[in-house]
Ligand binder design. Structure first.
Ligand SMILES: Cc1cc2nc3c(=O)[nH]c(=O)nc-3n(C[C@H](O)[C@H](O)[C@H](O)COP(=O)(O)OP(=O)(O)OC[C@H]3O[C@@H](n4cnc5c(N)ncnc54)[C@H](O)[C@@H]3O)c2cc1C
Ligand SMILES: NC(=O)c1ccc[n+]([C@@H]2O[C@H](COP(=O)([O-])OP(=O)(O)OC[C@H]3O[C@@H](n4cnc5c(N)ncnc54)[C@H](O)[C@@H]3O)[C@@H](O)[C@H]2O)c1
Length: 473
């Protein structure tokens, strides 16, 4: 008979969400068991955010060597050692790994079990030869690459986010299936590292984003030589290692050396035995309420497994909600309107709140939109990075959506995340004083663009000003 382990909180999955719950809960005094079946740190550290941003940084360095011409700096062709690039990515992961390690978590007082967890009944999980009975369970099992049912795909060697960062060779011609954030980030990075790249997207690339902002990114990718075929799906795949052929819905064929499948994600639930615990789920993820509680009152689901979006910062935010609820007993509820997202292409693409289309569907004609181009920002001009735009969606004097395409958009979205989270008035964003010359001024100027027509060219205001000027001593 297996040993029974009693605990307050059992966290299943040691990725972005699960580690945050475990660290927070144990340091507040709860007894915590953490079960992780693969590498500590989850997708973000091992196969996602961290390696992708490290690869993008290497690609940026390569691109910069050929981009100095307009500054009077003669471009040179970079010599790229793909083994060294792969090692750089691995070193970045290894540098962060201690923060997510078994040793650190055991040092905090968490009991870490390295195994796959499975529910056997509504209040018991088995893992590592133990029966874990917990007051509360937190399902934080993340997601895995969705592999579309394309004929022939299962028979060819293809890459996913779980294998692409281990490549030590330069793909001669990388075909990317899917033009979402993963597909586009990887397409540009590989192009800059010397591969020919073709992205094939069934619908619109970066479809979730404001179309005019996505268009800025797409134009740049195409200008760098990434071929983007949109509006047609891959319907068949054939070939062997190094010699692959894909057939498109419109009959076209594309031949390439490697294929990266970036067709979305599916929640990693299959190992969990959710039925035994009475936990309902759909293809999108575990069914949760506004407090992230599942249909089993002892269990919560967070992060990618909860199917409400796939971002590390969302998983971290979910963790905070669960800590307040399961550790402190407070009735914390999730908000979704203030969660930002960024895609780390160059230029970057970032958004928080509603898009214009979403806002119009909700508020109709009461929505106002202003835009401001990076071309009118002095820092962008000085650095020759004028390809970009800020787009603000405004309702009753408050920003309810902000999108940015441009250099450092992922950083520049920060004040808008605060503004939307705190429901600040747009006047606060227009009135802030920022250092000159910074890219951050594009946000302030966009907010100012909303007020300019109301202040300048306003006939009643002009009459008041003339009167004041007559009366002033
Ligand atoms: C290529 C790529 C790039 C990305 N870039 C970004 C980015 O720049 N910014 C961003 O915010 N997000 C990014 N993401 C998304 C981000 O990685 C995820 O949203 C995040 O990792 C989700 O955290 P999580 O805790 O829900 O799951 P994960 O971090 O995936 O952790 C889940 C863990 O649970 C474990 N597990 C699963 N089942 C079981 C079980 N039955 N028992 C025990 N353990 C189990 C898994 O092994 C895994 O370690 C990217 C994703 C990819 C694929
Ligand atoms: N910077 C970031 O924060 C970041 C980066 C990468 C990933 N992520 C997260 O990971 C999630 C998944 O990203 P993703 O890019 O894999 O998924 P996605 O769902 O955003 O995009 C997948 C695309 O593949 C297309 N597709 C599917 N089948 C196809 C076929 N047979 N032929 C051609 N196209 C096909 C779909 O139309 C879709 O546009 C993102 O939504 C995001 O939440 C975040």
């Amino acid at each position: 008979m297996a040993e029974v382990l009693h605990t307050d909180i059992c966290v299943i999955g040691g990725g972005s969400g699960g580690l945050s719950v475990a660290a927070g809960a144990v340091q507040m005094g709860a007894r915590v068991v953490l079960v992780e079946g693969a590498a500590m740190g989850g997708d973000c550290l091992n196969h996602g955010c961290v390696p992708s941003k490290a690869l993008i940084a290497a690609a940026h360095a390569a691109h910069a060597m050929g981009a100095g011409g307009p500054f009077g700096v003669a471009p040179v062709a970079p010599e790229i050692d793909r083994t060294a690039v792969r090692d750089h990515v691995a070193r970045v992961i290894a540098g962060i790994a201690p923060h997510d390690s078994v040793e650190r978590f055991e040092g905090l007082g968490v009991r870490v079990i390295r195994d796959w967890a499975r529910f056997t009944d509504p209040r018991e999980v088995v893992a590592g030869g133990l029966r874990i009975r917990a007051r509360r369970f937190v399902i934080a099992t993340g997601s895995t690459p969705a592999i579309p049912p394309v004929p022939g795909l299962a028979q060819v060697p293809y890459l996913t986010n779980e294998t692409v960062f281990g490549l030590a060779v330069r793909p001669f011609h990388l075909i990317v299936l899917g033009g979402g954030p993963i597909g586009m980030e990887m397409a540009q990075a590989h192009r800059r590292l010397g591969s020919r790249v073709t992205v094939i997207e069934a619908g619109r690339p970066l479809a979730r984003e404001e179309p005019e902002l996505a268009a800025i990114v797409l134009e740049r990718l195409r200008a760098e030589g990434v071929e983007v075929i949109e509006g047609t799906a891959i319907t068949a795949v054939a070939g062997t290692e190094g010699a692959l052929n894909v057939t498109l819905a419109d009959g076209r064929r594309v031949a390439g050396s490697h294929l990266l499948v970036a067709a979305g994600r599916r929640p990693a639930l299959e190992r969990l035995g959710l039925e035994a615990a009475g936990i309902a789920h759909t293809d999108a993820g575990v069914t949760v309420d506004a407090r992230l509680r599942t249909t089993n009152r002892r269990a919560y689901a967070i992060g990618d497994a909860a199917g409400q979006g796939q971002f590390t910062h969302l998983a971290g935010y979910h963790a905070g909600i669960v800590i307040r609820s399961a550790v402190l007993g407070l009735p914390a509820r999730v908000r979704t309107d203030h969660i930002p997202r960024a895609t780390y292409t160059d230029p970057e693409l970032a958004h928080v709140g509603l898009t214009e289309a979403e806002a119009r569907a909700r508020f109709g004609d009461r929505v106002e939109v202003v835009t401001f181009p990076f071309a009118d920002n002095d820092r962008a001009r000085a650095t020759l990075r004028t390809d970009g735009m800020v787009k603000l969606v405004i309702h009753r004097g408050r920003p309810i959506g902000a999108g940015i395409a441009g250099p450092q958009a992922g950083e520049l979205i920060a004040p808008w995340s605060l503004a939307i989270a705190q429901r600040l008035r747009l006047s606060a964003m227009a009135g802030v004083v920022l250092p000159y010359p910074t890219l951050a001024e594009v946000g302030k100027r966009a907010a100012g663009a909303y007020f300019s027509p109301k202040l300048f060219g306003n006939a009643p205001l002009k009459r008041v000003v003339r009167l004041v000027q007559r009366l002033l001593p």
